[in-house]
Design a protein around this ligand. Structure first.
Ligand code: WQD
Length: 353
């Protein structure tokens, strides 16, 4: 199938692009490289450098099915040349069909930042995505795979969290993801959109085949921060609270390997096409690890001490977030297989060491 991956140079997106190419699909990446990395771009994909908030570019790109002629990999068409190219191209050079599916990973994802800059998050995560959906509808592209988040649930009322858990986000980032989930449900009913809302828990790890090595800059998440301390690029880290009601007092999270996320995305897209039904799934393992267990595993794998101070709690952190992940197995036959703590940490250390 002919796939457009928006944010395909990002941490999650780049892993899905490799998986899609491995599965024999044709992939076009749209990325503005605000946080995406060129070194993480799969050379088999067609690269369109541009911003999804450039409505004219989006309209031309979705109208053209760019890349379905096996376009030159990494053609760094910027919006003007791409637009020019499409406008100038004769009909049979670009449009042997259009995109069969769109994957969207280009969002802002820092929960804390979303509380300080709601306007930025409204623009990037809500308005841009609704513009994307409207453009897709205009071009009759109905298959949409959306990276949603466990943050839509808010504080757990019960554990493990299944897909029917109430959605009461406690940060604006989580709200922006919920708004799009609700919009997609309406567009499914009113416009025939066929969507998969994939709720990630804590994404971590790096490509077990070692093909993706570009590191996230200024990470806020636990694993990359632990890796930076192990690698010596960060002197010390903080453990935000050790007085939680958990087995060692530090927070428990359900970490999911990006390669596992990638296989789930491909299966979800194929399900939308074959079953013609929407999907809302948790992507997680059902297992949880504490902050100190992650640090201990990183010390074991790297052979380095991870210097850390125990400080006060970080506002908004629930003690435990673990998913019920059975629904994904029942509907798309997916189960995590790289997400044990050892593989998560080893695959990251291979990049950070
Ligand atoms: C994990 C645990 C921290 C850093 C966030 C977003 C969520 C999703 C995933 C996109 C927590 C502790 C962390 C540090 C620490 N993002 N920690 N010291 O908060 O579970 O989820 O990322 O979908 O929406 O909220 O992930 O990696 O920030 O924290 O002690 O330096 O590690 O307190 O318990 P989180 P995280």
């Amino acid at each position: 199938m002919n796939i457009l991956v928006i944010g395909g140079a990002g941490y999650i997106g780049s892993h899905i692009v490799y998986e899609l190419n491995d599965a024999g699909h044709q992939v076009t990446i749209l990325d503005n490289f605000a946080t995406g990395l060129r070194e993480n771009v799969d050379a088999r994909a067609t690269l369109v450098e541009g911003d999804m908030q450039d409505l004219d570019l989006l309209d031309r790109l979705l109208g053209s099915g760019q890349g379905n002629d096996g376009g030159q990999a990494n053609s760094k068409a910027d919006s003007s040349s791409l637009a020019g190219g499409i406008a100038g191209s004769d009909s049979d050079s670009h449009s042997t069909g259009k995109f069969d599916s769109v994957f969207h990973f280009a969002a802002l994802k820092a929960a804390g930042e979303s509380m300080e800059k709601p306007g930025l998050y409204s623009q990037a995560n809500i308005i841009a995505t609704i513009n994307l959906l409207n453009t897709m509808m205009r071009h009759d592209i109905k298959n949409f795979v959306f990276s949603s988040s466990a943050a839509t649930y808010g504080s757990p009322e019960y554990l493990p969290i299944d897909e029917n858990h109430p959605q009461e986000p406690i940060n604006y980032y989580g709200y922006t993801k919920l708004v799009i989930e609700q919009t997609m449900a309406w567009y499914s009913q009113l416009k025939g959109l066929r969507y998969a809302a994939l709720r990630y828990f804590n994404a971590a790890g790096y490509d077990v085949q070692g093909r993706i090595t570009g590191k996230e800059q200024n990470p806020a998440n636990l694993l990359p921060i632990v890796m930076e301390v192990a690698a010596g690029t960060r002197a010390k880290m903080q453990v935000f609270g050790s007085d939680y009601p958990t087995r060692d007092g530090t927070c428990i999270r359900d970490y999911i390997h990006v390669n596992d996320l990638a296989t789930a995305h491909v299966k979800a897209m194929e399900y939308l096409a074959s079953e013609n039904r929407d999907l809302t799934l948790n992507l997680a393992t059902g297992e949880g690890y504490t902050v100190l267990e992650v640090i201990k595993e990183a010390e074991k794998v790297s052979g380095r001490p991870i210097s850390h101070d125990i400080t006060g709690r970080r506002p908004g952190d629930p003690a435990e977030l673990v998913a019920a992940s059975g629904q994904a197995f029942e509907t798309i036959g997916w189960k995590a297989s790289h997400s044990d703590l050892k593989q998560l940490v080893e695959s990251m250390w291979n990049v950070y060491k």
